[in-house]
Design a protein around this ligand. Sequence first.
Ligand SMILES: [Zn+2]
Length: 356
Amino acid sequence: MASPSEATGARFIRVLLSGGTSGVVLEGETVRGWGADGRLEAEAAGPVALAAVGERIRWNGSRLLGDTLDAAGVPDLRIGNRKGTSRVRLIARKGELLAVAVEPLEAYVAAVVSREAPPRFHPEALAALAVAVRTYAAGAAARPRDPAYDVVATVEDQVFDGMDGVSQVFREAGDRTRGMVVRYRGELARTVYHSTCGGRTEDAVAVWGTDIPYLRAQFCDDCTDSPVYRWEYRMSDAEARRVAKALGVPPGKDLQIDVTGRTRTGRASRVRVSSAGVSRDLAGAEFRRAAGYAKVRSLKMEVVRVAGEWRFTGEGWGHGVGMCQYGANGMAMRGAGFREILARYYPGTEISGETP
Ligand SMILES: [Zn+2]
């Protein structure tokens, strides 16, 4: 069966909700499942437990169905504590059960914007974000991560948490920009974004190793209202030791954490963790992942040891590449429209009206 994005030109997007396990539980008053040929295969009151058995799907501990099942629920369908989705495709693959939400692209755009930005953001900033989210999704649907899905539901792509609580302001941001995408020389742009740049965005080449002309560092003086424009995180000695251990450095009393390299925008490109004669020189991103993205919020940071703890002080939140969301909001508050915002953070690109 052709993927929805192939069949309809990215009017739908396939979002991996769950993988890496052999089973899932579908919640809903009534749960129905259709086979790959479109025939209703099973129906039961929820919850319904599904499990992969090799390349087949076992329904509620009894019947063995084919390798693909399209499920829908009344009034909607829930997996784990994720909020409702309209339709979920289940795929059994070598004993693993993949659960893939198949969402209309525009519904997905509104849902992602609702997770990425607060509802109090200016409508022009939300509209700019909706275009960036749609462009990213359209690019992903053109180059799927896997034959079975286009994107994952986490920060690795864009956070998708189902359709509940997607309030009107987010739907309007999608509706106002319906079908619009950002292009560079005719190709879909990689419209990455982050929360707050802290004063200057980052070069794509510094983060991903590839220079992208419209993703080069820009000065940004519009995100000063962000709660994380400047931040501090105090890491206890015990926590620093856990981080060191996770990075393969056996922590002793002489633990050292040093920034040993910086990008041209001042972000830590290399961090050295050393103790007891073992020293590891890491990519800054690897250190940040181990320390926790919500603790060491960006690599635009300094670290010093003060009074038995590690004091991280920094600027901004996120990788810093592309659109600064708080900067977009600051621009909108000054009167800029979404086109102007997109042109500032993705210079040299243009907006086209049609999703491919
Ligand atoms: Zn900024």
